[in-house]
Design a protein around this ligand. Structure first.
Ligand code: SAH
Length: 389
């Protein structure tokens, strides 16, 4: 195994158990190391610091262990086994909820690996070449942890790996037809990991959708950026009088319509294919509740300013036009927009719209998307429920 030594003053973050080594911290010549190799990281006295996956990139090493141990099938069995067991203990997988994130990268001490679970099917998304090269260990680990409950494992990593890597999406264990039905808080959802966005569904909004359900009875709801309609479904389950779902993607609206039909709620529902920003400029109806859940407006720090302007404009349109006493569920999943910046942006939007706004709830990502305390960058989803007077 290659040993990589760090510059003298670049060991602090690893000693604080931050799981990344940036290329600038490395002293050794790494030119002979292949993408995805497992390496040992040492300090300038050759003392052990960590073991991780190497990649020729800004984040050069993603740490798998701060103890000396082999990274083999047993390693993945241990890590995946404890992540699954913990979620079962937390009651995240139940009879009425068969959708759950099983592995959330750094939050489960497996940087570069995402595994989402849909009623017997695990969908893997590798964000590092090392994880992609470990697919068979990962699949074995999932089979060991889930036993007979697991019907298939699908790898969907071609979108998330660097282009220089030849990768193919497909089943690494079993097979399963899509769309495949699963339950989120008692609501049937059809999941298509092959043709859908990301792993097929946005699991991270589960608790926030349930919260919307608590406020939805008898209400007229507009769900923008709806994707497959998660928020719409929970609103309808809880007695919303009418739900409009909007997305710019025709395919997303087809998924929403299919999910609404699956649950027999078509009469109280209508879909709109449109650009949300355009549509929000002049709303044609009075809504009691508006959901704003856009894709990440900023993927990098240098796009932050523009993103803030985008969030402000979108929210100002909603605040200006919602019914008096109405609620807005507003979100940002941009990691570079933190909680404070987001709240300040919503306040600025309220000022621009000229209406009184109260913050009722502060929302975040759920327990199956845990944040490693030594890796604060893992916090990405934030939201507010605001009441507009
Ligand atoms: N709220 C969804 C997840 C949203 S993902 C859920 O609960 O599952 C973001 C969605 O925004 C995607 O479906 C994407 O197609 C849609 N989108 C992106 N840009 C858009 C735009 N300008 N107007 C409307 N929808 C847009």
């Amino acid at each position: 195994m290659h040993r990589i030594s760090l510059h003298k003053k670049k060991t602090d973050s690893l000693l604080r158990k931050h799981p990344w080594v940036f290329s600038g911290a490395i002293y050794s010549d790494t030119s002979s190391i292949e993408d995805g190799e497992t390496v040992t990281v040492v300090d300038h006295h050759d003392r052990f610091l960590a073991i991780g996956h190497f990649q020729h990139a800004t984040i050069a090493v993603r740490v798998l262990s701060f103890e000396e141990r082999e990274i083999n099938a047993d390693f993945f069995k241990d890590k995946i086994g404890s992540a699954v067991e913990w979620r079962k203990k937390m009651n995240l997988l139940r009879e009425d909820n068969s959708i759950c994130r099983l592995i959330h990268g750094e939050g489960d001490s497996l940087p570069g690996l995402i595994v989402d679970y849909y009623n017997g099917v695990a969908v893997i998304q590798c964000h590092s070449i090392g994880m992609y090269r470990s697919l068979s260990f990962i699949s074995e680990g999932l089979q060991a942890a889930l036993g007979n409950e697991l019907k298939a494992v699908y790898s969907k990593s071609s979108d998330t790996l660097p282009e220089r890597i030849e990768s193919q999406d497909g089943y690494v264990f079993g097979t399963c037809e899509v769309p495949h039905h699963a339950l989120e808080n008692g609501v049937a959802i059809a999941i298509d990991w092959i043709n859908g966005q990301k792993t097929g569904f946005f699991i991270d909004q589960r608790e926030n959708r349930e919260l919307l359900g608590k406020y939805a009875k008898g209400k007229k709801v507009l769900n923008t950026f709806c994707y497959s309609g998660g928020f719409s479904l929970l609103a309808l389950k809880n007695g919303a009088s009418l739900v409009h779902s909007l997305d710019s993607s025709k395919k997303a609206i087809e998924l929403t319509n299919a999910n609404i039909a699956l649950n027999n709620w078509t009469e109280q529902h209508a879909s709109i294919v449109a650009d949300a920003m355009e549509y929000m400029k002049a709303l044609e109806e009075d809504y009691d509740i508006i959901v704003l859940d856009p894709p990440a407006f900023a993927k990098h720090r240098d796009k932050r300013h523009k993103a803030i302007q985008g969030y402000k404009r979108l929210n100002a349109h909603a605040i200006r036009q919602i019914k008096p006493g109405g609620l807005i569920f507003t979100f940002s999943c941009s990691q570079v927009i933190d909680k404070n910046i987001f709240t300040n942006t919503i306040i600025a939007a309220a000022i621009e719209a000229g209406r009184n706004v109260r913050i009722l709830e502060q929302l975040h990502q759920p327990a199956d998307h845990p944040i490693n305390a030594f890796h604060p960058e893992g916090e990405y989803l934030k939201g507010l429920v605001i009441a507009v007077d």
